[in-house]
Design a protein around this ligand. Structure first.
Ligand code: FAD
Length: 428
């Protein structure tokens, strides 16, 4: 069978890999000049690094299985990492019981309630009850109004803006659980990375795909999925039209209805109904460490990012690297601002968090952006999505929304990519 895979992020690559393993002929189309999508890398001040920060958690089993199959499991590294909180003008420890007890601005009862939430979130398996309630109500029930205002409200406002009151509790819980279970013990968080970054995985899977006869086209945007008599007949790109028996799309949902105009109106409306947050991510190469924390949450009225991610405190393999993400709804006027607007802010924020950091320690600073970086998952989110097989023979459509309540991750995309391939092959 001849299959086209649209999108060369982890999901598209995993789908192509799985189809080839099942003996099918595969062509993968990627619009960008490189593979990886959100997990792609670029050269930054002489360092090959992901455009956006990436860490691996202990629950990322589908990724571990894939690394094993690709023969690169030995590139996986684990490191004890620290979490901090910049609050009331000072950096404080965060993410373990003693730090919680010492944290200012919260009473003992709030702290105990917060600890219970963190603990039970790692133990919970069934999320169905959380699916229909909103995260703010759920969190306030667990930790109380005051702790919500101190710990969650500022972070939510900076990440989800006006969507905050209507986020799925199941979705927020799954994020708490993913990070909360990635620990060496109750006092130590442990995160993973690949030697060489996500590129190690991307390059190896692309190599295997090509060795097995798969074709990868870069800079080749699929302009239309062709449909004849209710079934897929091929794809049209700038290079012309090509016949396929099956088409798998893994591109972000908001692009789908334009790319497949022949879909029924209701299905197209389903794809268009998903809201997404964009990210402008400022990347900084420093001469010295900013802090000793991998993840520094920030709650400060003068700083409008939810935190700094000091990537080199996870992966020490290349300079002192800090990411500063500005999450912004794509339709917000700030998203149209030039990179310099965000870069200037980050220069100020770096100094606020570490007043001893001289300006000269900033070796290089740059900004990158991704329009559809974070789908917004409301209560009962899965119900609004059209099915993966949206009623056109031979067509399969999914993106990161389709592993709700799990948050976007390389591991989840790999798992879903393989499932899409099994469905397209008629084996699952
Ligand atoms: C700021 C940020 C931080 C993150 N942190 C982590 C983390 O710590 N750990 C983790 O595991 N994950 C993290 N992720 C998520 C992870 O990067 C994604 O889950 C993963 O890359 C999704 O892969 P995908 O293939 O599903 O989609 P995408 O990465 O979105 O890939 C889709 C691809 O489709 C291509 N495309 C679009 N339109 C077309 C078209 N018409 N024709 C052909 N190609 C097209 C795009 O160019 C893109 O390459 C993060 C993401 C962001 C943005």
């Amino acid at each position: 069978m001849k299959v086209a895979v649209i999108g060369g992020g982890p999901m598209g690559l995993a789908a192509a890999y799985e189809l080839l393993a099942r003996g099918h002929s595969v062509t993968l189309y990627e619009a960008d000049d490189r593979l990886g999508g959100m997990s792609a890398s670029f050269m930054f001040d002489g360092i090959r690094i992901e455009r956006y920060y990436h860490f691996i958690c202990k629950s990322d089993q589908p990724l571990f299985d894939m690394l094993e199959e690709l023969g690169i499991a030995d590139t996986l590294r684990w490191r004890v990492t620290r979490m901090g909180y910049y609050y009331l003008g000072k950096i404080r420890d965060w993410g373990e019981p003693i730090a919680l007890l010492k944290f200012p601005g919260l009473g003992l009862v709030s702290k105990i309630r917060y600890g219970l939430l963190a603990f039970t979130s790692t133990k919970r398996r069934d999320w169905t009850k959380l699916d229909s309630i909103d995260a703010v109500t759920w969190l306030k029930k667990w930790v109380g109004d005051r702790a919500y205002e101190v710990l969650w409200h500022p972070l939510f406002d900076l990440k989800f803006y006006h969507y905050t009151p209507n986020l799925s509790a199941a979705w927020i819980w799954s994020r708490l659980r993913r990070v909360g279970t990635s620990r060496r013990n109750i006092f130590q968080e442990e995160m993973g990375y690949l030697e060489g970054g996500s590129d190690t995985f991307l390059e190896r899977i692309a190599q295997v795909i090509q060795e097995k006869g798969g074709v990868i086209h870069l800079r080749r945007r699929v302009e239309e999925v062709l449909i004849e008599d209710g079934r897929v007949s091929g794809v049209r790109t700038s290079g012309g039209s090509e016949h396929y028996d099956r088409v798998i799309s893994t591109i972000p949902m908001p692009y789908v209805s334009k790319m497949i105009p022949a879909l029924p109106e209701g299905t197209r409306a389903g794809y268009d109904s998903v809201n997404n947050i964009a990210v402008v991510c400022v990347l900084v190469h420093l001469e010295q460490p900013l802090t000793r924390y991998f993840w520094l949450n920030i709650s400060d009225p003068e700083i409008d990012i939810p935190g700094f991610i000091e990537y080199s405190n996870l992966n020490p393999g290349g300079g002192h690297i800090v990411y500063a993400p500005f999450y912004i709804p794509g339709e917000h006027p700030d998203y149209q601002r030039e990179d310099g607007f965000f870069i200037d802010k980050v220069r100020r924020y770096l100094r606020a968090v570490n007043p001893d950091l001289p300006d000269s320690a900033i070796l290089k600073i740059a900004a990158g952006r991704y329009r559809y970086a974070q789908p917004i998952c409301e209560p009962e989110f899965a119900k609004r999505l059209p099915p993966i097989s949206p009623g056109i023979d031979g067509l399969f459509v999914a993106d990161t929304c389709y592993y709700y309540p799990e948050d976007r991750s390389i591991s989840e995309s790999v798992q879903l990519g393989r499932k899409l391939a099994r469905m397209a092959a008629g084996d699952g």
